[in-house]
Design a protein around this ligand. Sequence first.
Ligand code: AMP
Length: 185
Amino acid sequence: MGLAHISTGELLREEAAKKTTLGERVGGYLEKGELVPDEIVNGMVRERIQEEGFILDGYPRNLSQAEALTQMLKTLGLSLDAAVLLEVDEETVVDRLSSRLVCSRCEAVYNLLSPPQRDGLCDRCGGPLHQRDDDRPELVRKRLRDYRAEMAPVIDYYRARGLLRPVDGEGSEEEVYRRIMEALS
Ligand code: AMP
């Protein structure tokens, strides 16, 4: 769709990899699978929002971020078109994340359902694949518990504004992609 892809998780992992004071602070939250404080994440998003259009991935993660986003967009004279909610059974999430491998170079994602063609190497750029530190099963369960608690009011917030587009996230990448495109059309 030619939209900027703004993934707060990716931005935070990049920040943590820099050994700056901010990076070390951010890394501490990532290691524990905890949300990074709102003022840090909101600031990163504010810098990257583009008038030409964008997809926010992994943001907002709680009600205070959703409210901050509304304010941010208002200041820029922009608004959201849709909030896509991918609905997936908890066991599917645990299976997908605990078998997930991510490319260290381009962040392409693989798992048991969509494995790479060559073991340990990215199909797209040939980079080495690794498991994310926070994809260990015990941390995945913690992140899911937090997700349910923090996201319930965010879901209500977008439903009340007529923006929520629930999409069935079970099945193959192609099926889910098709459903997302339908929900946005
Ligand atoms: P993700 O790549 O979206 O799974 O995010 C990985 C980790 O980055 C999360 O477990 C959080 O620690 C942090 N993170 C990502 N997005 C946010 C956000 N919007 N607010 C706070 N922390 C975030």
